[in-house]
Design a protein. Structure first.
Length: 105
């Protein structure tokens, strides 16, 4: 049976887990204007970051991308990431397991 909910019902701050299991990990990230998350990585994953509302600057290693509501950015989880909200922002983030490096051979 499917479980139905809303993003607003996921009320942990700043990260709210969408599923009880973490493979793939899916979270709702909510940041107030001026709030940020320090640089970190999500090694072993591919990341899909969908900004639902607001505006934020997403730093990946030494590059910063200005994202507006509705934009999606995909990146390798081994990159250092740090989101910083310019306006109150909500994003849905999926951390998909990266394929094994030797599976291509």
């Amino acid at each position: 049976m499917p479980e139905r909910t809303t993003l607003a019902a996921l009320d942990d701050h700043p990260h709210a887990e969408v599923f009880e299991t973490r493979r793939p990990r899916t979270v709702r990230l909510e940041l107030d204007a001026g709030e940020d998350i320090p640089r970190h990585t999500h090694a072993g994953t591919n990341v899909v970051f969908h900004l639902l509302t607001g505006r934020l600057n997403l730093t990946l290693d030494d590059e910063t991308y200005a994202l507006d509501a509705g934009e999606v950015i995909r990146f390798d989880g081994s990159r250092e990431v740090s989101p910083a909200a310019v306006k109150d922002s909500t994003a849905l983030i999926v951390f998909a397991p990266a394929p094994e490096a030797d599976s291509d051979t």
